[in-house]
Design a protein around this ligand. Structure first.
Ligand SMILES: *Cc1c(COP(=O)(O)O)cnc(C)c1O
Length: 403
């Protein structure tokens, strides 16, 4: 018997920062029969999701949808805009920024990987001044792109992308701005056009509440122009043919039909709630979660309150307590999955996801599981985080939408 065949009673709590729980509405939409992706009905679905997703990125320019995980869309962003040997300036905010940099290296680019040294660099956001200084020092304009992660999922930090745009402009530098908001989109405010981003990379399984399997490149006219002379080899990822066929709602190859049904439903849900309301809800849940961590007397991984993530909270365990042991206890006793510490943070922290289809009581149950699990693992808590979070949420008047 597969492990998956056994389901404990009740719902599993999937509180990792992606994949996030998929709402029943979306699961049902995905169960519609697969249709002919070249037939007459498909074009309508294609056009709807291609138009709708632009509202989520806040762009009027094309958004390319790939049947791939976020990593594929990272590669697409690099290989459509850059040439072998190009220098790229990348900022180290955590594990995902590090992985993107490794990808740039393996594609034959020359990344300059800057950031604050050691663990401290993984406790804050992108430093726009450092980027500006590097660009000013690059008088020959050898740097072709600046790459930053908007919501660093390994640490729980949401960087200020507008400040990076300002830094590039202040330096008078022509580099493209490429941003990963794989875990930020539809949870944290994001403005592709207003912030002057050239390529935004995102994925389906985080704020969009879909299963893993589709990912995105939102483009700027400057990025499309750069793709005409970019020299890195590409075929599957090439934007031009996809953009051309997308004009009528179709793709050059078989798109992920059932995930697109899901995306259509997710767009209805998110735009129905209203993007601003979605952001307010995420901020409120994140604040409640941090209130609990602080009441426990534990450290929040993000050390800079101005860049706390609305998507997830990183919780550092006290010296001598293995965070993965805490996670294991919680998983085995309460059937709840929490995010592990990645890279430099392995064993030192766990991550609580509060993104996508999440509400006050789901968060309260999550915090209860954490509080009990921490105590079972021998962590001495200063006070009850659950009660502190209840106080915070109870004091907020937020009418549920019933229409
Ligand atoms: C999840 C995530 C990725 C990786 O996406 P995959 O879909 O796993 O390929 C990259 N960057 C960030 C910030 C992420 O949260």
């Amino acid at each position: 018997m597969l492990k998956l065949d056994f389901h404990p009673a009740g719902r599993h709590f999937l509180q990792i920062p992606g994949p996030s729980p998929v709402p029943d509405r979306i699961l049902r939409a995905m169960s519609y029969p697969t249709i002919d992706h070249r037939g007459p009905e498909f074009g309508e679905l294609g056009l709807k999701v291609l138009e709708g997703i632009k509202q989520i990125f806040k762009t009027v320019h094309p958004v390319v949808i790939y049947p791939a995980s976020g990593t594929g869309a990272w590669e697409a962003a690099l290989c459509n805009t850059l040439s072998s040997g190009d220098e790229v300036l990348m900022f180290e905010t955590g594990h995902f920024a590090t992985l993107w940099q490794k990808m740039a290296l393996s594609l034959g680019l020359k990344p300059q990987f800057i950031g604050r040294p050691g663990i401290e660099g993984w406790r804050g956001g992108v430093d726009a001044q450092m980027i500006e200084d590097h660009l000013r020092a690059d008088g020959g304009h050898r740097i072709k792109a600046v790459c930053v992660v908007h919501n660093e999922t390994s640490t729980g930090v949401t960087s200020d992308i507008a400040s990076v745009r300002k830094a590039i402009d202040a330096a008078g530098h022509p580099a493209l701005l490429l941003v990963d908001t794989i875990s930020g989109l539809a949870s944290a405010d994001y403005r592709h056009d207003e912030w002057g981003v050239d390529v935004t990379v995102s994925g389906s399984q985080k704020g969009l509440m879909l299963p893993p399997g589709i990912s995105f490149n939102a483009l700027s006219p400057k990025a499309i122009e750069a793709s005409k002379s970019a020299g890195l080899p590409r075929s599957f990822w090439a934007w031009d043919e996809i953009i051309e066929m997308n004009k009528t709602g179709y793709w050059p190859y078989t798109p992920n039909t059932n995930l697109l049904y899901g995306l259509s439903e997710a767009l209805d849900m998110i735009l129905g709630e209203g993007l601003d309301n979605v952001f307010i809800r995420h901020n409120r849940l994140a604040k409640a979660c941090r209130t609990a961590v602080t009441a426990w007397g534990l450290d929040i991984q993000c050390a800079d309150p101005s860049v706390y993530s609305p998507v997830l909270t990183g919780v550092m365990t006290p010296e001598g307590i293995d965070a993965d042991q805490v996670r294991k206890t919680i998983y085995e006793r309460f059937d709840m999955s929490l995010g592990t510490g990645l890279g430099k943070m392995k064993g030192r922290m766990f991550r609580i996801g509060h993104l996508g289809d999440c509400n006050d009581l789901m968060l309260m149950a999550t915090l209860t599981g954490c509080e009990m699990g921490l105590q079972m693992a021998g962590v001495k808590l200063q006070s009850s985080g659950v009660l502190a979070a209840m106080d915070y949420l109870g004091g907020q008047s937020v009418p549920l939408r019933r229409d």
